[in-house]
Design a protein around this ligand. Sequence first.
Ligand code: 4NP
Length: 162
Amino acid sequence: MVDRGVADKLSVLFVCLGNICRSPLAEAAFRAECTRLGLDMEVDSAGLGDWHAGSPPDPRAQAVARKHGADIGGHKARQVTKQDFRRFDHIVALDHQNYIALARIKPASSSAHLSLLLDYVEGREGQAVADPYYEDAGAFEKTWVDVEAGAKGLMRRFLDKA
Ligand code: 4NP
């Protein structure tokens, strides 16, 4: 039984390097879980770098999202900020580089919980979602499979605790 009162209050930020490939896909996969369950969580994504700030997701990420029923074309990349550590309960890194950088910039006063997305997938704990940016379209399909598994696992974890 879903405790909507508790789960509705949670907020999650997904973070990768550029916020144009992996984290917008993780955000989309997690939003799909929220929609499926009728939950109204605060969900967003951001990048560690600002190289792509203001840009829409990579066309290959948009294509794989579309294929799986999600429209991410309206997302605009942004860089993670110090305020994110106050605004979000959960900050979920897509790979180790992101995790380490986030742990370094996390203010001491922040109670945000930091984790890796694949920590929520049985047998994949501690693993990274591979960066597809320099790869082909097939890599983006694999990214979707990974972020969807992570999103479902994260939601299960939230609901177990609710
Ligand atoms: P993302 O992928 O971190 O999954 O958004 C990348 C996007 C851009 C770059 C690297 C990774 N880049 O080097 O510009």
